[in-house]
Write a protein that binds this ligand. Sequence first.
Ligand code: G3P
Ligand code: MG
Length: 347
Amino acid sequence: PPTEPTSPPEDLVADSFAFAFDIDGVLIRGGRAIPEAVEAMKVLNGKNEYGIKIPYIFLTNGGGKSEAERCRDLSKQMEIDISPSQFICGHTPMSEMATKYGTVLVVGGEGEKCRMVAESYGFKDVVTPGDIIKHNSATTPFRKLTAEELANSRERDFTDVTIDAVFVFADSRDWAGDLQIILDVAMSKGGRLGTTSETFDEGPPIYFSHSDVLWSAAHDDPRLGMGALRGIVEYTFKEVTKGKTLTTHAFGKPQIGTFEFATRLLQRWRKNEHNLDSPPETVYFVGDTPESDIRGTNNYNTQAKNDWYSILVETGIYQQGTTPTYKPRNTVPTVLDAVNHGIKREM
Ligand code: G3P
Ligand code: MG
């Protein structure tokens, strides 16, 4: 008699819990994988004593390239396939503002990458500092565009251009030049370059993709991040306007909106990838920076429908033996220990 065709066994998937990972200082350090992170990914993908797969997403404050490009890099580093559908970087939530503004100034990152990312998000008219310097090279006395930058920047007459918002997408490669241009816009009459407001309260909104003053890169000690530039912008605005306050806005962790965005992403990812309809009871968030990762997770936990459980690792900003400014639910040496801790609590 004909035998029934055998279908491959279904994957066992954990439905009651999930993980969310910070990247720099947890999985990556200066562009290289932290070795335990590669093993942790294997554990999540079934190399555990239960043979169970555990859903996970990534939530980094970093940025500067498209989500697809960053996931290609991360896939190589972590030795697994990582999809943009399970990934949020600092500027990802900025995509929701693409239709809100006409002309925007996009700052940061390598070459034209951030302009391209902004345009892919749907921003209609994207200006870069390079365009402004190309139009008037006296804008930044010590910053000269390279031949490549000159070729890539867009020719534009800024006389009638109004900048409706400023978005700092990624770390500035030229703090002095970018500071000058951001301040020129902030002090202008309603975002028109070449004008100076009399009241200094009519500049367009300024958004930073995150506010980390420090981050964990290749150097042994933490390096200055976008939050430092944000502080310098606000400080200098006050100096040059003789006391006016500039209020800027930040995306990224620890902002609650970023965790809400992550919750929606995790819900879609669990549904589409694992066919899970209901939200997990617990989300383990693994981070290295108390001020953004632990603070954000703990704050979000007070209002989230499920339990957001913060785990601090010792491979990045936080140093073993010190007291973290925001207290995690658990502290462990590496991300592999964090994954094992979550599994042990659940199973
Ligand atoms: O610039 C990136 C950095 O500030 C933090 O990245 O992955 O630790 O959130 P991450
Ligand atoms: Mg980090």
